[in-house]
Ligand binder design. Structure first.
Ligand code: AMP
Length: 302
Protein backbone atom coordinates (compact mmCIF):
# COMPACT_ATOMS: atom_id res chain seq x y z
CA UNK A 1 0.00 0.00 0.00
CA UNK A 2 1.20 3.50 -0.74
CA UNK A 3 2.16 4.91 2.68
CA UNK A 4 0.94 8.35 1.52
CA UNK A 5 -2.55 6.95 1.03
CA UNK A 6 -3.92 5.13 4.07
CA UNK A 7 -7.31 3.68 3.18
CA UNK A 8 -10.59 4.50 4.86
CA UNK A 9 -10.92 2.70 8.15
CA UNK A 10 -7.30 3.06 9.16
CA UNK A 11 -6.41 5.61 11.78
CA UNK A 12 -5.32 9.04 10.63
CA UNK A 13 -1.69 8.97 9.45
CA UNK A 14 1.03 11.56 9.96
CA UNK A 15 2.76 12.36 6.67
CA UNK A 16 5.49 14.98 6.51
CA UNK A 17 4.42 16.15 9.96
CA UNK A 18 0.78 16.79 9.08
CA UNK A 19 -2.14 14.57 10.08
CA UNK A 20 -3.82 13.04 7.03
CA UNK A 21 -7.41 12.11 7.73
CA UNK A 22 -9.41 10.13 5.18
CA UNK A 23 -12.54 9.43 7.19
CA UNK A 24 -15.24 12.18 7.20
CA UNK A 25 -16.68 11.22 10.60
CA UNK A 26 -13.28 11.24 12.30
CA UNK A 27 -12.40 14.51 10.58
CA UNK A 28 -15.58 16.08 11.89
CA UNK A 29 -14.94 14.80 15.40
CA UNK A 30 -11.40 16.23 15.38
CA UNK A 31 -12.59 19.69 14.29
CA UNK A 32 -15.44 19.74 16.83
CA UNK A 33 -13.01 18.71 19.60
CA UNK A 34 -10.64 21.55 18.68
CA UNK A 35 -13.54 24.02 18.72
CA UNK A 36 -14.73 22.72 22.09
CA UNK A 37 -11.23 23.54 23.32
CA UNK A 38 -11.78 27.14 22.24
CA UNK A 39 -9.84 26.94 18.98
CA UNK A 40 -10.98 28.73 15.84
CA UNK A 41 -10.67 26.45 12.81
CA UNK A 42 -10.10 27.56 9.21
CA UNK A 43 -10.70 25.41 6.15
CA UNK A 44 -9.09 25.60 2.69
CA UNK A 45 -10.71 23.23 0.17
CA UNK A 46 -8.45 22.28 -2.77
CA UNK A 47 -8.06 19.70 -5.48
CA UNK A 48 -4.33 19.43 -4.75
CA UNK A 49 -1.43 20.06 -7.16
CA UNK A 50 -0.78 22.95 -4.85
CA UNK A 51 0.85 26.23 -5.83
CA UNK A 52 1.41 29.60 -4.21
CA UNK A 53 -2.24 30.56 -4.79
CA UNK A 54 -3.35 27.75 -2.52
CA UNK A 55 -0.47 28.71 -0.23
CA UNK A 56 -1.81 32.22 0.18
CA UNK A 57 -5.22 30.86 1.21
CA UNK A 58 -3.52 28.68 3.81
CA UNK A 59 -1.41 31.60 5.04
CA UNK A 60 -4.50 33.77 5.42
CA UNK A 61 -6.33 30.96 7.22
CA UNK A 62 -3.39 30.53 9.60
CA UNK A 63 -3.34 34.27 10.26
CA UNK A 64 -7.01 34.23 11.30
CA UNK A 65 -7.37 30.84 12.98
CA UNK A 66 -5.75 28.58 15.56
CA UNK A 67 -5.94 25.44 13.40
CA UNK A 68 -6.20 24.97 9.66
CA UNK A 69 -7.61 22.04 7.69
CA UNK A 70 -6.81 21.78 3.98
CA UNK A 71 -8.68 19.25 1.90
CA UNK A 72 -7.14 17.54 -1.11
CA UNK A 73 -9.85 15.92 -3.22
CA UNK A 74 -10.18 15.83 -6.99
CA UNK A 75 -13.95 15.99 -7.16
CA UNK A 76 -15.26 13.86 -10.03
CA UNK A 77 -18.72 15.44 -10.08
CA UNK A 78 -17.46 18.86 -11.17
CA UNK A 79 -15.72 17.52 -14.29
CA UNK A 80 -17.63 17.00 -17.53
CA UNK A 81 -17.27 13.74 -19.46
CA UNK A 82 -14.73 15.27 -21.90
CA UNK A 83 -12.77 17.20 -19.24
CA UNK A 84 -9.44 16.49 -17.57
CA UNK A 85 -10.46 14.49 -14.48
CA UNK A 86 -8.21 11.50 -15.18
CA UNK A 87 -5.16 13.56 -16.14
CA UNK A 88 -5.58 16.13 -13.35
CA UNK A 89 -2.22 16.17 -11.48
CA UNK A 90 -2.17 14.36 -8.11
CA UNK A 91 1.22 14.95 -6.39
CA UNK A 92 -0.22 14.00 -3.00
CA UNK A 93 2.99 13.50 -1.01
CA UNK A 94 4.43 16.81 -2.22
CA UNK A 95 1.14 18.55 -1.38
CA UNK A 96 1.26 17.15 2.16
CA UNK A 97 4.87 18.26 2.58
CA UNK A 98 3.96 21.77 1.47
CA UNK A 99 0.95 21.97 3.77
CA UNK A 100 3.01 20.63 6.68
CA UNK A 101 5.73 23.22 6.06
CA UNK A 102 3.08 25.94 6.23
CA UNK A 103 1.75 24.71 9.56
CA UNK A 104 -1.53 23.10 8.50
CA UNK A 105 -2.80 20.77 11.23
CA UNK A 106 -4.90 18.34 9.14
CA UNK A 107 -5.07 17.32 5.50
CA UNK A 108 -8.51 15.91 4.78
CA UNK A 109 -8.14 13.54 1.82
CA UNK A 110 -11.28 11.43 1.61
CA UNK A 111 -11.74 8.45 -0.67
CA UNK A 112 -14.29 9.15 -3.40
CA UNK A 113 -16.64 6.48 -2.00
CA UNK A 114 -16.81 8.17 1.39
CA UNK A 115 -18.14 11.41 -0.15
CA UNK A 116 -20.16 9.69 -2.86
CA UNK A 117 -21.44 6.42 -1.37
CA UNK A 118 -22.54 3.70 -3.77
CA UNK A 119 -26.03 4.48 -5.02
CA UNK A 120 -25.89 8.14 -3.97
CA UNK A 121 -28.87 10.03 -5.33
CA UNK A 122 -28.54 13.53 -3.88
CA UNK A 123 -26.98 16.70 -5.27
CA UNK A 124 -27.11 20.41 -4.52
CA UNK A 125 -28.59 22.49 -7.34
CA UNK A 126 -27.72 26.18 -7.57
CA UNK A 127 -29.34 28.56 -10.03
CA UNK A 128 -28.82 32.35 -10.22
CA UNK A 129 -25.07 33.04 -10.29
CA UNK A 130 -24.39 29.44 -11.32
CA UNK A 131 -26.23 29.80 -14.62
CA UNK A 132 -24.18 31.96 -17.01
CA UNK A 133 -20.54 31.62 -18.17
CA UNK A 134 -19.00 28.49 -16.58
CA UNK A 135 -22.47 27.19 -15.80
CA UNK A 136 -23.49 27.39 -19.46
CA UNK A 137 -20.22 26.01 -20.85
CA UNK A 138 -19.77 23.29 -18.24
CA UNK A 139 -23.22 21.81 -17.56
CA UNK A 140 -23.37 20.26 -14.11
CA UNK A 141 -20.08 21.82 -13.01
CA UNK A 142 -21.50 24.06 -10.30
CA UNK A 143 -23.87 21.42 -9.03
CA UNK A 144 -20.77 19.25 -8.60
CA UNK A 145 -18.94 22.08 -6.84
CA UNK A 146 -21.86 22.92 -4.55
CA UNK A 147 -22.46 19.27 -3.70
CA UNK A 148 -18.86 18.58 -2.76
CA UNK A 149 -18.42 21.85 -0.87
CA UNK A 150 -21.57 21.11 1.14
CA UNK A 151 -20.31 17.58 1.85
CA UNK A 152 -16.85 18.91 2.77
CA UNK A 153 -18.40 21.48 5.12
CA UNK A 154 -20.19 18.63 6.92
CA UNK A 155 -16.92 16.76 7.38
CA UNK A 156 -14.99 19.92 8.24
CA UNK A 157 -17.36 22.09 10.35
CA UNK A 158 -14.86 24.96 10.41
CA UNK A 159 -15.54 28.51 11.54
CA UNK A 160 -14.39 29.97 8.24
CA UNK A 161 -13.65 28.62 4.76
CA UNK A 162 -11.34 30.44 2.38
CA UNK A 163 -11.72 30.55 -1.40
CA UNK A 164 -9.73 32.27 -4.15
CA UNK A 165 -11.08 35.21 -6.13
CA UNK A 166 -9.44 33.50 -9.13
CA UNK A 167 -12.63 31.44 -9.43
CA UNK A 168 -14.95 34.41 -9.08
CA UNK A 169 -18.16 32.73 -10.20
CA UNK A 170 -17.44 29.82 -7.84
CA UNK A 171 -17.22 32.23 -4.90
CA UNK A 172 -20.68 33.60 -5.77
CA UNK A 173 -22.10 30.09 -6.04
CA UNK A 174 -20.62 29.03 -2.70
CA UNK A 175 -21.77 32.19 -0.94
CA UNK A 176 -25.29 31.75 -2.32
CA UNK A 177 -25.44 28.11 -1.24
CA UNK A 178 -24.20 28.98 2.27
CA UNK A 179 -26.80 31.74 2.55
CA UNK A 180 -29.70 29.75 1.09
CA UNK A 181 -29.04 26.61 3.16
CA UNK A 182 -28.10 28.56 6.28
CA UNK A 183 -24.79 26.73 6.60
CA UNK A 184 -23.01 27.84 9.79
CA UNK A 185 -19.70 28.89 8.23
CA UNK A 186 -18.12 32.19 7.19
CA UNK A 187 -16.82 32.49 3.64
CA UNK A 188 -13.76 34.57 2.96
CA UNK A 189 -12.52 35.37 -0.53
CA UNK A 190 -8.77 35.99 -1.00
CA UNK A 191 -6.96 37.80 -3.82
CA UNK A 192 -5.60 36.00 -6.89
CA UNK A 193 -1.88 35.17 -6.82
CA UNK A 194 -0.11 35.70 -10.16
CA UNK A 195 3.15 34.92 -11.91
CA UNK A 196 5.44 37.91 -12.49
CA UNK A 197 3.95 38.43 -15.98
CA UNK A 198 0.42 38.44 -14.57
CA UNK A 199 -0.72 34.91 -15.43
CA UNK A 200 -2.91 33.68 -12.58
CA UNK A 201 -1.42 30.63 -10.88
CA UNK A 202 -3.42 27.51 -11.68
CA UNK A 203 -2.80 23.79 -11.37
CA UNK A 204 -3.71 23.62 -15.08
CA UNK A 205 -0.83 25.92 -16.12
CA UNK A 206 1.36 22.80 -15.94
CA UNK A 207 -0.41 21.52 -19.09
CA UNK A 208 0.74 24.51 -21.18
CA UNK A 209 3.48 24.09 -23.81
CA UNK A 210 6.21 26.76 -23.57
CA UNK A 211 4.66 28.63 -26.53
CA UNK A 212 1.15 28.48 -25.05
CA UNK A 213 2.52 29.55 -21.67
CA UNK A 214 3.77 32.76 -23.31
CA UNK A 215 0.46 33.35 -25.07
CA UNK A 216 -1.48 32.71 -21.86
CA UNK A 217 -0.50 36.14 -20.56
CA UNK A 218 -3.18 37.48 -22.93
CA UNK A 219 -5.84 36.68 -20.35
CA UNK A 220 -4.30 39.03 -17.83
CA UNK A 221 -3.55 41.62 -20.52
CA UNK A 222 -7.19 41.61 -21.57
CA UNK A 223 -8.23 42.18 -17.96
CA UNK A 224 -5.76 45.04 -17.49
CA UNK A 225 -7.14 46.63 -20.63
CA UNK A 226 -10.68 46.16 -19.32
CA UNK A 227 -9.73 47.88 -16.05
CA UNK A 228 -8.11 50.79 -17.88
CA UNK A 229 -11.08 51.32 -20.22
CA UNK A 230 -13.58 50.89 -17.39
CA UNK A 231 -11.72 53.55 -15.41
CA UNK A 232 -11.76 55.83 -18.46
CA UNK A 233 -15.55 55.58 -18.65
CA UNK A 234 -15.82 53.40 -21.79
CA UNK A 235 -19.02 51.48 -22.35
CA UNK A 236 -19.15 47.74 -21.79
CA UNK A 237 -19.46 46.84 -25.48
CA UNK A 238 -16.25 48.69 -26.32
CA UNK A 239 -14.42 47.12 -23.36
CA UNK A 240 -15.47 43.61 -24.34
CA UNK A 241 -14.39 44.24 -27.95
CA UNK A 242 -10.96 45.41 -26.73
CA UNK A 243 -10.62 42.30 -24.55
CA UNK A 244 -11.50 40.02 -27.47
CA UNK A 245 -9.01 41.81 -29.71
CA UNK A 246 -6.12 41.16 -27.31
CA UNK A 247 -7.07 37.50 -26.87
CA UNK A 248 -7.48 36.93 -30.61
CA UNK A 249 -4.13 38.59 -31.37
CA UNK A 250 -2.43 36.07 -29.08
CA UNK A 251 -4.34 33.15 -30.57
CA UNK A 252 -6.47 32.39 -27.52
CA UNK A 253 -9.67 30.57 -28.46
CA UNK A 254 -12.23 32.64 -26.54
CA UNK A 255 -15.00 31.07 -24.49
CA UNK A 256 -16.10 34.43 -23.11
CA UNK A 257 -14.77 37.91 -22.41
CA UNK A 258 -17.34 39.94 -20.55
CA UNK A 259 -17.93 42.81 -18.13
CA UNK A 260 -20.89 42.16 -15.82
CA UNK A 261 -22.28 43.04 -12.40
CA UNK A 262 -19.79 41.88 -9.77
CA UNK A 263 -22.32 40.28 -7.45
CA UNK A 264 -25.05 38.96 -9.76
CA UNK A 265 -23.13 38.50 -13.04
CA UNK A 266 -26.04 40.30 -14.75
CA UNK A 267 -25.16 42.09 -17.99
CA UNK A 268 -26.94 45.22 -16.74
CA UNK A 269 -24.64 46.99 -14.29
CA UNK A 270 -26.55 49.58 -12.26
CA UNK A 271 -24.82 52.99 -12.16
CA UNK A 272 -22.50 53.21 -9.17
CA UNK A 273 -22.21 49.42 -8.81
CA UNK A 274 -19.01 47.39 -8.93
CA UNK A 275 -18.41 45.16 -11.94
CA UNK A 276 -16.15 42.29 -12.81
CA UNK A 277 -14.36 41.46 -16.05
CA UNK A 278 -14.44 37.71 -16.71
CA UNK A 279 -12.39 35.83 -19.25
CA UNK A 280 -12.11 32.19 -20.28
CA UNK A 281 -10.22 30.75 -23.20
CA UNK A 282 -8.39 27.77 -24.54
CA UNK A 283 -4.76 27.37 -25.56
CA UNK A 284 -4.29 24.02 -27.19
CA UNK A 285 -6.09 21.55 -24.94
CA UNK A 286 -5.77 23.74 -21.85
CA UNK A 287 -8.65 25.87 -20.66
CA UNK A 288 -7.87 28.86 -18.44
CA UNK A 289 -10.09 31.37 -16.63
CA UNK A 290 -9.35 34.66 -14.91
CA UNK A 291 -11.11 37.81 -13.77
CA UNK A 292 -10.62 41.33 -12.49
CA UNK A 293 -12.88 43.28 -10.15
CA UNK A 294 -13.81 46.74 -11.42
CA UNK A 295 -14.64 49.43 -8.83
CA UNK A 296 -17.90 51.39 -8.98
CA UNK A 297 -17.78 54.28 -11.43
CA UNK A 298 -19.15 57.69 -10.50
CA UNK A 299 -22.82 58.01 -11.42
CA UNK A 300 -23.40 60.15 -14.50
CA UNK A 301 -24.49 63.70 -13.60
CA UNK A 302 -28.23 64.29 -13.36
P1 AMP B 1 -8.49 24.26 -6.87
O1 AMP B 1 -7.45 23.36 -6.25
O2 AMP B 1 -8.17 24.69 -8.25
O3 AMP B 1 -9.89 23.71 -6.71
O4 AMP B 1 -8.46 25.60 -6.01
C1 AMP B 1 -8.63 25.56 -4.61
C2 AMP B 1 -8.80 26.97 -4.13
O5 AMP B 1 -7.64 27.72 -4.47
C3 AMP B 1 -10.00 27.67 -4.78
O6 AMP B 1 -10.66 28.46 -3.80
C4 AMP B 1 -9.35 28.54 -5.83
O7 AMP B 1 -10.08 29.69 -6.16
C5 AMP B 1 -8.05 28.92 -5.13
N1 AMP B 1 -7.04 29.35 -6.09
C6 AMP B 1 -6.69 28.73 -7.24
N2 AMP B 1 -5.77 29.46 -7.91
C7 AMP B 1 -5.54 30.57 -7.16
C8 AMP B 1 -4.71 31.72 -7.30
N3 AMP B 1 -3.91 31.88 -8.36
N4 AMP B 1 -4.72 32.65 -6.33
C9 AMP B 1 -5.53 32.52 -5.24
N5 AMP B 1 -6.34 31.46 -5.05
C10 AMP B 1 -6.35 30.49 -5.98
Amino acid sequence: MNPAKPSTGTAAAAISGVVVERDPARMRAAVLAAQRGGRRVGFVPTMGALHAGHGSLVAQALARCDDVVASVFVNPSQFGPTEDFSRYPRPFAADCALLASQGVRWVFAPETESLYPAGHATAVVVTGPAEPFEGMLRPGHFSGVATVVCRLFLAVPADVALFGAKDWQQTLVVRRMVRDLGLPIEIEVCPTVRESDGLALSSRNAYLSPADRQRAVALHESLCQAAALWGAGQDVTAIEAAMRHILEQRGVSIDYAAVVDRDTLATQIPPGSPAVALVAGRLGTTRLIDNQELPPRPRPPG
